[in-house]
Ligand binder design. Structure first.
Ligand code: PGA
Ligand code: ZN
Length: 422
């Protein structure tokens, strides 16, 4: 690997108009690349720290000038002129400099921007597409594209909180290509927008990730309407287009109780509720059905639904190898939602991936609700052999940047979309 020559960084704005971090990495062989990092709204409490300025007079404290200064200052000083043999040695050097477990010194946003910009510069230096270089980092040699999971309806923290659960997603299970999957999902989205106008008398008001967010009376209505939209678009629910949900339940859980659709649910009542949905709706994946703190009840959740659907941990696992290890041991889940910025560097996320794979889990590679027009996530989902990719709806340029990059990779590789179920 060539020597790291210099770093640059800048505060830019994400899809919610909030500040985030952009970094650029130059190698001594002339390779130069940049990357920008996303940001969540419905975050897990075990996530690595996103460094914000805290100055209430500027972006209400959300500014990222300190994270940017950390890249241009101490991180650059520490890395400049050094010859990194691989991604891990670069990431390790940054982690050493930070010296904390949650990256609170330099900021996970600063670290990740450098980590990805460096990976891109190395890919350029090797004249490889980014997904191939990322595959090498993770030791992955499969040749598949991920199955799409695309937001249709939104609630929770990404919308006005009309319903508790955060996302109902479409999974085009009968599509053989990304191209075909996108066309199917688009057709269902249009039917759903028409349904919203007819039923709720609302225009297509969209949530953070582009999902439709009419005033559903209940979560059950959200699922019923999704099935209706699939049928109205001419597809067979479950056979052509299935559903996935992100319950994001940590956000309505307190003191052992889930405040769900105006009622109080215990953990076992939540499990029964979700098992009931799986019997009545074509659900193939359920994310964060229980809270990030409800460790004792995740094994029962997995036993109840794990044969029929992915039991996916997002806030619950936080792409954190220690949490994933514990969840594997206690049989809490069977799938990992991987968000690189939850942990802070590519190498640590690759470790999370390897661990989850070693337990036979499926992997969903996910964007955040605050995204940028950068498209590295598409390369990551291919290079790391993701079973699914979760990017948001089929609108808004920060989402489409990833879908369009997947289309590009598909047209170059002609690799098949992973079968469902595998
Ligand atoms: P976030 O939500 O990016 O706002 O954290 C995404 C998700 O919960 O999957
Ligand atoms: Zn989630």
């Amino acid at each position: 690997m060539p020597t790291l020559k210099s770093l640059n960084a800048m505060e830019i704005l994400d899809s919610r108009g909030r500040p985030t971090v952009w970094a650029q990495c130059t190698l001594d062989d002339g390779a130069i690349a940049d990357a920008s990092v996303p940001s969540g709204a419905s975050t897990g409490s075990a996530e690595a720290l996103e460094l914000r300025d805290g100055d209430r007079n500027r972006y209400r404290g959300l500014g990222c000038t300190k994270a940017v200064a950390n890249i241009i200052g101490p991180i650059q000083q520490h890395l400049r002129g050094r010859d990194f043999t691989d991604q891990q040695s670069l990431d390790h050097a940054m982690l050493e400099l930070d010296g904390t477990t949650n990256k609170s010194n330099l900021g996970a946003n600063a670290l990740l921007a450098v980590s990805i910009a460096f990976a891109r510069a190395c890919a350029a230096s090797r004249t490889l597409p980014l997904y191939k270089h990322l595959a090498d980092i993770a030791g992955h040699n499969g040749q598949t594209l991920p199955r799409l999971t695309v937001n249709l309806f939104s609630g929770g923290k990404h919308a006005g909180g009309q319903v508790c659960i955060q996302d109902v997603l479409l999974v085009p299970v009968s599509a053989n290509t990304i191209n075909q999957g996108l066309a199917m999902v688009w057709a269902v989205y249009q039917s759903a927008a028409e349904l919203c106008l007819r039923k709720y008398n609302t225009r297509a008001l969209k949530a953070d990730e582009g999902g439709l967010a009419p005033p559903f009376a209940s979560t059950e209505d959200m699922l019923k309407d999704a099935v209706e939209a699939i049928t109205a678009a001419g597809f067979r629910p479950g056979q052509d287009v299935a559903l996935a949900v992100d319950v994001a339940s940590s956000h309505f859980y307190e003191n052992g109780i889930y405040q769900f659709d105006g009622q109080r649910y215990s953990s076992s009542q939540m499990i029964d509720l979700i098992a009931g949905w799986i019997n009545r709706y074509p659900l193939v994946s359920v994310e964060d059905a229980l809270s990030e703190d409800d460790w004792a009840n995740w094994p029962a959740l997995r036993r109840a639904i794990g044969e029929k659907a992915m039991v996916l941990g997002d806030d619950f696992l936080c792409t954190n190898p220690a949490r994933i290890g514990r969840a594997i041991e206690s049989q809490c889940a069977n799938a990992l939602l991987l968000k690189v910025n939850q942990i802070g560097t590519l190498s640590e996320a690759a470790e999370a991936l390897r661990l989850a794979r070693s337990a036979g889990w499926r992997i969903t590679i996910s964007a955040r609700s605050g995204e940028t027009e950068d498209n590295w996530l598409a390369d990551l989902s291919v290079g790391w052999g993701g079973d699914q990719i979760k990017v948001g709806s089929i609108n808004q340029s920060e989402r489409l940047a990833k879908y369009n990059r997947l289309l590009q990779i598909e047209s170059q590789t002609h690799w098949p979309v992973i079968n469902w179920p595998k």
